[in-house]
Design a protein around this ligand. Structure first.
Ligand SMILES: Nc1ncnc2c1ncn2[C@@H]1O[C@H](COP(=O)(O)OP(=O)(O)OP(=O)(O)O)[C@@H](O)[C@H]1O
Ligand SMILES: [Mg+2]
Length: 355
């Protein structure tokens, strides 16, 4: 699967743009403020239905415009699919081929997009929520039943939490808990299976970027060795006091160790970045084995905060994968980039292919 063409209107600083990327390697170059990150953002929005920079979709429309539109041509083996997202400021329409998309999951399935941006270190530095989102996006792509289990779990969790707030009887809470435990255990099993696959690939990716041993394991979000039903049953009185469900996959984490010690506590910012990048590379490697395609990888400003040696290692690691890669850089370019890369220059709201 590759993105073969992208067209945008009234998106960020662009009145309109269009470009036809290379199926493997693309460099988007331009001065500060030219619109490089905005182009990556447009690709990300097309694959995920939301931005990596803002939760406010109105920030994406060009100042003075009511809305924006993005249209892409996705090539999947011999098939071409047109995808279009259009918003007028109050409602958003997503079309895939000749039909209205059923939801964002359908977009994600069509165009799996990941991003390594200068904030990639937050995957390591921040709390577990970001790592859960990272894992869940990966699990969604390789476990067809994950989305259904996730929806069932969220519904049961909302119902139980509402019951806790309304001081519902134990019998009525138990009614929600049956569905909660079934879906929660299923999510836990799928995530753990995914982490088993990710683990050796993360170790290999981190070894090539950092030259250190890295390990990871999944922490379920409830006492290990116990069933979720037992834990909920025993914790119900405390859950009532706190008016919230304290155990379950919404509390899970991916623990990462570097040379045997918790990564959060011992690595520098540059190392956190390479560790975050290793996680994303490992995810691409899982997809290469289990999914139809490793997908699209956006790499914003890789030169920031990395020394020349580490940047070289990262570029070699990117080029060794079969993902479709989009890199951004200042006009000075990126050292050691192969001349097979298709280069686009962004200037004054225009995107031009360089010969
Ligand atoms: N909604 C918007 N409407 C119009 N212009 C916008 C909007 N949002 C951002 N901009 C402007 O778009 C320009 C391009 O921003 P972008 O972050 O894409 O630049 P960049 O090329 O990645 O720069 P840098 O090299 O500094 O990272 C900036 O000048 C920014 O102020
Ligand atoms: Mg930028």
């Amino acid at each position: 699967m590759t993105l073969a063409r992208l067209h945008g209107q009234h998106f960020r600083c662009f009145a309109s743009f269009e470009f036809c990327p290379d199926p493997r390697l693309n460099l988007i170059s331009g001065a500060n403020g030219a619109g490089k990150t905005s182009l990556l953002e447009a690709i990300y929005v097309l694959g995920r239905g939301r931005s990596f920079r803002t939760a406010d979709p109105c920030a994406l429309r060009r100042e003075g415009s009511r809305g924006f539109a993005l249209a892409g041509r996705v090539e999947q083996s011999s098939r071409q699919v047109l995808v279009r997202i259009e918003t007028d400021g109050s409602s958003t329409a997503v079309r895939i081929g000749d039909h209205e998309a059923s939801g964002l999951a359908e977009l994600a399935e069509l165009l799996p997009v990941q991003i390594m941006e200068p904030g990639v270190h937050k995957l390591i530095e921040e709390g577990p929520a970001r790592r859960r989102r990272f894992l869940d996006w990966g699990v969604f792509h390789v476990e067809p039943r994950f989305l259904d289990a996730w929806r069932r779990y969220q519904r049961a969790l909302r119902q139980r939490n509402a019951g806790l707030k309304q001081n519902a009887s134990d019998a009525s809470l138990a009614g929600f808990e049956a569905a909660l435990c079934e879906a929660g255990e299923e999510i836990g099993r799928m995530r753990a299976r995914y982490v088993d696959r990710l683990r050796p690939l993360l170790a290999a990716a981190a070894q090539s970027l950092l030259g250190t041993t890295v390990d990871c394991h999944y922490v379920t979000g409830w006492a290990s060795g116990r069933s979720l039903a037992e834990v909920l049953n025993e914790g119900r009185a405390m859950d009532r006091r706190q008016q919230a469900t304290r155990a379950g996959p919404q509390r899970a984490d991916l623990h990462i160790q570097l040379a045997g010690k918790a990564a959060r506590e011992r690595v520098s910012r540059g190392e956190q970045k390479l560790l975050g990048a290793s996680l994303i590379l490992a995810q691409i490697d899982v997809f290469s084995v289990l999914a139809q395609s490793p997908g699209v990888l956006l790499v914003d400003d890789p030169a920031a905060e990395l020394d020349r040696d580490r940047l070289g290692r990262l570029l070699r690691a990117l080029l060794a994968r079969k993902a479709q890669v989009f890199l951004t850089a200042l006009p000075e370019g990126v050292p050691e980039l192969p001349d097979t890369a298709r280069v686009f220059h962004v200037e004054q709201g225009r995107v031009a292919k360089m010969l």
